[in-house]
Design a protein around this ligand. Structure first.
Ligand SMILES: [Fe+2]
Ligand SMILES: [Fe+2]
Length: 162
């Protein structure tokens, strides 16, 4: 699947092929790079005094679950969307809703663990970089999910009964 896409000026108007290519490039690829860097930074920072314990484990869990989720979209859902088979998409889309909710819950846990990504006075440069990166990943994930749930998936589910 191509990962080259211009950013659609208005995603709601973009053809499905362009919208999917944009999601892959802007969000899936970025999440992979950023989560790998976050795990690396957390591994460095976790030994520092007063750093919350469990950061590495939680970020690895998020990274694994997000990878699993993105693979399902890339291997199953998006190709079916591009093949134009909306009648078989209700199940996979429902599954993606559940994944999105699980990921949001994991970020809630991350926020609790890090006190809303707040670094203490005197925190190292790596620690500051880690929390700034976590906040960026969270913002990206929110935008990513809003684009999928609010625009893309709606093209493939029946309108709710009036
Ligand atoms: Fe996605
Ligand atoms: Fe998704």
């Amino acid at each position: 699947m191509s990962t080259h896409a211009a950013v659609p000026a208005d995603p709601r108007q973009a053809p499905t092929r362009d919208l999917i290519a944009h999601i892959l490039e802007r969000y899936h690829a970025t999440h992979r790079r950023d989560l790998a860097e976050a795990v690396r930074l957390a591994t460095e920072v976790e030994h520092e005094q007063s750093c919350p314990q469990g950061l590495v484990d939680l970020l690895m869990l998020i990274s694994d679950d997000l990878e699993d989720h993105q693979q399902k979209e890339e291997v199953v859902l998006f190709p079916r969307m591009l093949a134009g088979s909306p009648d078989v998409l209700a199940g996979p889309i429902a599954r993606m809703h559940l994944d999105h909710a699980d990921l949001a819950a994991q970020f809630e846990t991350l926020r609790l663990l890090t006190e809303g990504f707040t670094v203490p006075a005197g925190a190292s440069e790596s620690w500051r970089a880690l929390y700034a990166l976590c906040a960026r990943i969270e913002a990206d994930l929110t935008a990513h999910v809003e684009l999928e749930e609010g625009v893309l998936f709606r093209r493939f589910v029946a309108a709710p009964p009036i």
